[in-house]
Design a protein around this ligand. Structure first.
Ligand SMILES: [Zn+2]
Ligand SMILES: [Zn+2]
Length: 425
C-alpha cells in the first residue's frame, strides 16, 4: 500500500500559548480554524510543505481532546496517512490481524473516508487512515454517473445538475449554527443541492424522477440558482442510455426539481414527454394535489411538467404501495407532500432505496432534521424513523437524491449516532 503523510495532530491545552510558539516563534502561517462539532474540537491547520500540523483545541470539557490532555498532558495525538483505497488498506490490515478502532471506513470531514488504527497495533501512536474526498461537485472531472449492482439489477445514479435552496427551508426548526456545519450556505443563505435521478435496469429500464429539466426561463434559473452546465442528457449519454431505452418513468412526487425533466419543449414550442417510449407512473393523490395546489404548495408545482403526459396518454396513476416491476416497489411516506413516495428495491437478498425528499441529503440523518417546506412534518418524522431503522438493519444502499456530494451510501449507527458510509459506484 502507498501512503503519504497527510498531517500530524497535536493536542494543545492552551491555544494562545501554542500559537505564540508555532506562529510567532517559528513564524509559520496558521489557516482559519475548522470546527469539528461532533468531536467538540477546533482544528488549526499549519501547512508545512506537503503535509500539515493540526493543532487540536477542545471546545468542551467532554471533548476527546480535553480527556486526552487531562490524562497525558498536551502533545502528539495522532498521525494521518493518506491512501488511495482505504477499503483495501483496512482489508489488508484485518487480514494481518492488526487491531483497528474502525473496522469499516467511515465518513470524516469534508467527504473524506477515514479509519483509525489502534495504538496497540502501531507501537503506541494513534494512526488515522484517510482517503481523500470523492471529488467535489464543483470539480469538472467528477463523474456524474455512478453504477451499482444489486442482485440481478443494475442501478445507475445520474445527475441533472444543481440548485440552491434556502438553508432554513431545508432544515426547518434546526438552528443555523448546527446545520451550517453540514451544509455551508452562500451569501444568500442558500445551500447547494444536487438533483440525482436513478436508473433501475432489470426486466425493464426505469428512471426514477428526472431533475428540473430545461423548460424554465432565466429568472427561474436565477431564483433557484440552477446549474445545469452538465445535465441529465450528458449523464444519460455517459451511462450509455438513450432516452428511447427508458420503458418506465416513476415519480417520487411532482415538485419541479423532480418532475421538470419529464417533459421537453420541441423545436415548434410544443410540450411533449421527454422519454418517447415510456409510460409515466405517479401516485394518484399526488397528481390530484399537483393539479389543485394551495397557497403553500403552489410554487413547487408547474403544469408544464405534468399536463402534457396526460394529454399524450402515457400517464398511469397508482393508488397503493404496488410493485412497479420485479424487485421495485413504492411506499407512500407522506410528510413532504401528502402522497410523497419512496422506492424500495430488492434483488438477490440485497436492498436499496431511493429516499427522495424523505432523506434528501446525508445531512438529514437525524430524525428531527426535517425540511421547513415539508407540508406534514410529523408524518415525515414517523416515516423517516421507520425508514432509517430498516436501512441500518438491512444494510440498505440508500440513494440521496439531493446530496451535493454523496450519491449513495450505507447508514451506520454507533452509540446512537448515525453516519453515512459513501458507496463508491
Ligand atoms: Zn419535493
Ligand atoms: Zn426535492
Amino acid at each position: 500500500m502507498k501512503a503519504v503523510l497527510d498531517h500530524v495532530g497535536i493536542a494543545v491545552e492552551n491555544l494562545a500559548a501554542a500559537l505564540a510558539f508555532y506562529r510567532d516563534a517559528l513564524g509559520l502561517e496558521i489557516e482559519a480554524p475548522e470546527e469539528v462539532t461532533s468531536q467538540r474540537v477546533r482544528a488549526h491547520f499549519v501547512p508545512v510543505g506537503e503535509s500539515k500540523l493540526e493543532l487540536l483545541e477542545a471546545t468542551a470539557p467532554d471533548s476527546p481532546i480535553a480527556k486526552y490532555v487531562g490524562k497525558r498532558g498536551p502533545g502528539l495525538h495522532h498521525i494521518t496517512l493518506r491512501v488511495d483505497d482505504i477499503h483495501a488498506a483496512v482489508a489488508q490490515l484485518k487480514a494481518r490481524g492488526a487491531k483497528l478502532i474502525d473496522e469499516q471506513p467511515r465518513a470524516g470531514a469534508e467527504g473524506a473516508l477515514i479509519a483509525f488504527i489502534h495504538p496497540a497495533a502501531t507501537h503506541g501512536v494513534l494512526v488515522e487512515l484517510k482517503q481523500s474526498p470523492v471529488p467535489s461537485p464543483q470539480s469538472p472531472t467528477m463523474s456524474r454517473v455512478q453504477r451499482f449492482s444489486l442482485g440481478d439489477l443494475e442501478l445507475v445514479s445520474l445527475c441533472d445538475g444543481f440548485l440552491q435552496v434556502d438553508g432554513g427551508a431545508m432544515f426547518g426548526s434546526v438552528p443555523k449554527p448546527l446545520w451550517e456545519q453540514e451544509a455551508p450556505p452562500d451569501a444568500r443563505n442558500r445551500i447547494r443541492m444536487a438533483m440525482r435521478p436513478l436508473i433501475v435496469r432489470g426486466a425493464r429500464t426505469m428512471i426514477i424522477d428526472a431533475g428540473v429539466g430545461d423548460k424554465e426561463d432565466a429568472a427561474f434559473d436565477e431564483a433557484y440558482g440552477i446549474d445545469r452546465a452538465k445535465a441529465l442528457d450528458q449523464s444519460l449519454a455517459e451511462a450509455g442510455i438513450a432516452p428511447e431505452a427508458i420503458d418506465l418513468v416513476l415519480a417520487s412526487h411532482l415538485h419541479f426539481d423532480h418532475a421538470g425533466g419529464f417533459t421537453v419543449r420541441d423545436p415548434g414550442g410544443r410540450l411533449r414527454p421527454r422519454f418517447p417510449r415510456a409510460q409515466y407512473i405517479a401516485r394518484r393523490g399526488e397528481w390530484d394535489d399537483a393539479g389543485h395546489p394551495h397557497a403553500r404548495s403552489r410554487a413547487a408545482y408547474r403544469a408544464d411538467n405534468v399536463v402534457p403526459l396526460a394529454e399524450a396518454g402515457v400517464l398511469q396513476l397508482v393508488d397503493d404501495d404496488v410493485t412497479i416491476m420485479p424487485g421495485v416497489r413504492v411506499r407512500r411516506t407522506g410528510g413532504h407532500t401528502m402522497h410523497h413516495q419512496i422506492v424500495l428495491i430488492e434483488s438477490g437478498g440485497k436492498t436499496a432505496a431511493f429516499a427522495a425528499d424523505l432523506v434528501p441529503t446525508a445531512a438529514h440523518l437525524p430524525e428531527s432534521w426535517i425540511a421547513g417546506c415539508d407540508l406534514y412534518p410529523m408524518e415525515t418524522l414517523a416515516a423517516k424513523t421507520q425508514f432509517l431503522k430498516e436501512a441500518v438493519e438491512r444494510n440498505t444502499l440508500v440513494f440521496f437524491e439531493h446530496d451535493p456530494v454523496i450519491a449513495a451510501g450505507y447508514i451506520r449507527e454507533q452509540d446512537g449516532r448515525r453516519s453515512v458510509m459513501p458507496a463508491p459506484g
